[in-house]
Write a protein that binds this ligand. Structure first.
Ligand code: BGC
Length: 427
């Protein structure tokens, strides 16, 4: 089966991972600026201060996109460039940067797809409690209206939030990402307030743009290890936390049973504002079993999945789980789907046969989901250039293009050429 005619082929990237220029032109600090500078937080001691210097080198990166033949580029907007304090005055220079970027993309024949929030909360909002506080949702709604009014005539697809589950879990429950809080279950309000912010942002975008609106969730199909009832319960519990908690409420189904969220009257209606699609970020499934230690703080154990090749992150390579996931989302929620992130880290430089193999098998998995009836509208590789991989710094490379971080030299890898040919053949 071939891909539909207007299927989007793209690449994804995010502000903090590539832009650098962290205090240029009036940008305010974000929680990632703070966190990356705290000793011991980042594996290789690096920060995103310069990253790929995309802020200054975006014309070169757009050339790489046109060379690849992608029709879409999924970027994220740094809230603290647009509104340095996260509320109050707009920074025209920061907004001006995205204005120029969007125009340059359109001029190059690449459709801008924009995420409003990829984990980089303005630091002043964190000082007031961050996503643990309800007020942050209201501020996010205002910011969405500002960006929608400025770019809503040119951005072709809007994504409100990136992976609220990962932000809540890594940032607020386990403390391995900014803002570095390890609250376990007390992190749950950060989930609800992100979803409330999403709902307010949808309303603000509807008022300022005619382009479709979605939210990007991180999904990980669960593989239950162990055959006991307790193992199955642990699997269902983890599935509810990781896969359903940030999707069921979008479709008006409320939160899965057993999760205590600080819901006020009317919140669930705001969160269930109609969406045009679901955006799916997929990397790997998760192995789950019942906790082996009776005093364990969590009702599940996460266990490595044996029997698969693994990436440099030790994530198992399981393309068929992507087919399964897309079919499940289609069946359970019925919305059009975009795969907004899929990719792998490998240490290789120019020659990266493992990445070619990974992408080829995952694109086949998308094709299989289309054959099975899922309405998949696009596929975006994570990511165009090697970049700042959060807590791993520059030690993990996901790019189709190698970056020498000393010289900023970009060198396309074999996978870049392979993806270019695949796109050309698929049109
Ligand atoms: C995130 C990206 C990240 C990638 C690889 C995704 O969950 O959205 O920002 O680089 O995973 O870890």
């Amino acid at each position: 089966m071939s891909f539909p005619t207007n299927f989007r082929w793209g690449v994804s990237a995010t502000a903090y991972q590539i832009e650098g220029a962290v205090d240029a032109d009036g940008k305010g600090p974000s929680i990632w600026d703070t966190f990356a500078h705290e000793p011991g937080r980042i594996a290789d001691g690096s920060t995103g201060d310069v990253a790929c210097d995309h802020y200054h080198r975006y014309p070169r990166d757009i050339e790489l996109m046109t060379g690849l033949g992608v029709d879409s580029y999924h970027l994220s907007i740094a809230w603290s460039r647009v509104q340095p304090a996260g509320s109050g005055p707009v920074n025209p220079a920061g907004l001006g940067y995205y204005d120029r970027l969007v125009d340059a993309l359109l001029e190059a024949g690449v459709d801008p797809v924009a995420t409003l929030y990829h984990w980089d909360l303005p630091q002043p909002l964190q000082d007031g409690g961050g996503w643990l506080k309800r007020d942050t949702a209201a501020r996010f709604g205002e910011y969405a209206g500002i960006v929608g009014a400025a770019l809503g005539d040119r951005v072709k697809l809007w994504v409100t939030l990136n992976e609220p589950f990962v932000h809540m879990a890594y940032g607020y429950a386990f403390g391995v990402h900014a803002p570095g809080q390890a609250l376990l279950f007390d992190a749950l309000p950060a989930g609800h307030h992100q979803l409330l912010g999403h709902g307010l942002a949808v309303a603000a975008l509807r008022a300022t743009t005619g382009s479709p609106v979605t939210i990007a969730n991180h999904y990980s199909p669960v593989r239950v290890l162990g055959g006991t009832e307790a193992d199955r319960e642990a699997g269902a519990w983890y599935d509810a936390l990781h896969n359903r908690m940030f999707t069921d409420p979008l479709l008006g189904r409320g939160y899965p049973e057993g999760f205590q969220m600080p819901v006020c009257d009317g919140d669930l209606e705001v969160i269930a504002a109609p969406l045009d699609a679901l955006a799916v970020n997929y990397y790997a499934p998760t192995g789950v079993r019942a906790p082996q230690d009776p005093d364990a703080p969590l009702p599940f154990d996460l266990v490595p999945l044996d029997g698969y090749p693994v990436t440099d992150f030790d994530w198992p390579v399981v393309p068929e789980a992507l087919t399964e996931l897309l079919l499940r989302l289609h069946r359970e929620y019925g919305l059009p789907l975009y795969v907004t992130e899929n990719g792998c880290s490998y240490p290789s430089t120019k020659d990266d046969p493992e990445r070619v193999e990974f992408l080829s098998r995952h694109i086949d998995a998308v094709r299989a989901a289309l054959s099975g009836g899922a309405d998949v509208r696009g596929y975006f590789v994570w990511t165009l250039t090697d970049n700042f991989e959060w807590a791993e710094g520059f030690s993990k490379r996901f790019g189709l293009v190698h970056v020498d971080f000393d010289t900023q030299q970009r060198t396309p890898k074999a996978s870049y050429h392979w993806y270019r040919d695949l796109i050309a053949r698929s049109r």
